[in-house]
Design a protein around this ligand. Structure first.
Ligand code: 13P
Length: 246
């Protein structure tokens, strides 16, 4: 039985002052039935690690370097994240793939670097609207996933995968539960071909998840929770989504 997982991706939002109120609101909303993670911008990690110490809401980051250490100005290594108490890191978000031209290989190497430090990578895959309309969804997510499965080999069972259709991110257009389930079932079938642990891996859906659509998405057989953008910035909304994972 897979535990549900709800991850808030704060992206480049929030202020240092507002974080305390948001975290307070989230903690007040407990108990949650599944696991809950907040992924914050790098400069906030120290404050948040202190606020979440001993709490059952885990801390995550939104990216890490594919390199272990070295002359890579502006990059943050997985070991630095681990030192600040991060248990998760998002890699390969479509915004990073687009803004920073991250290739499938770089994303896979980042996942590998995270795992080496005991940080669980949440690897994002997803198709654009043009790709979906051209009937390429399966091919695109299969290509994105296969680079990761190839790079991580037997360690693939230690990651979390998030399917985020690019056309659903921040647009208010959510994939229907059936559309999302179809892609998740495909991802799980692809995973089953390379690991005996495919049924244990958690597959998250992301893209305009809100309190009022979370339950119908999370009740699909291969959707194990969500990666939440905008709705993770409001405590009551995020708490409702975390409870929808029950
Ligand atoms: P929204 O929930 O704002 O659509 O963002 C989804 C996302 O990109 C989470 O990583």
């Amino acid at each position: 039985m897979r535990r549900k997982l709800v991850v808030g991706n704060w992206k480049m939002h929030r202020t240092r002052e507002a974080n305390a109120r948001l975290i307070e609101g989230i903690l007040k909303g407990r108990p949650f039935a599944g696991d809950v993670v907040v992924c914050a911008p790098f400069p906030f990690l120290g404050d948040l690690a202190a606020m979440l110490k001993g709490q059952d809401v885990a801390l995550g980051a939104q990216d890490c370097s594919a390199h272990e250490q070295g002359a890579h100005t502006g990059e943050v290594s997985a070991s630095m994240l681990a030192a600040f108490g991060c248990r998760y890191v998002i890699v390969g978000h479509s915004e990073r793939r687009a803004d920073h031209h991250e290739s499938d290989k770089i994303v896979a190497d980042k996942a590998k670097a995270a795992l080496a430090e005991g940080v669980t990578p949440i690897v994002c895959v997803g198709e654009t609207l043009a790709q979906r309309e051209a009937g390429q969804t399966e091919a695109v997510v299969t290509r994105q996933l296969s680079t990761v499965t190839h790079t991580l080999a037997q360690h693939i069972s230690k990651i979390v995968i998030a399917h985020e259709p690019v056309w659903a991110i921040g647009t208010g257009k959510t994939a229907t539960p059936e559309q999302a389930q179809a892609v998740h079932a495909l991802l799980r079938a692809r995973l089953a071909a390379v690991t005996p642990h495919a049924s244990e891996l958690r597959l998250l859906y992301g893209g305009s998840v809100k309190a009022d659509n979370a339950r119908s998405l999370f009740s699909q057989p291969d959707i194990d929770g969500g990666l939440i953008g905008g709705a993770s910035l409001k405590a009551s909304e995020f708490v409702a989504i975390c409870k929808a994972g029950a």
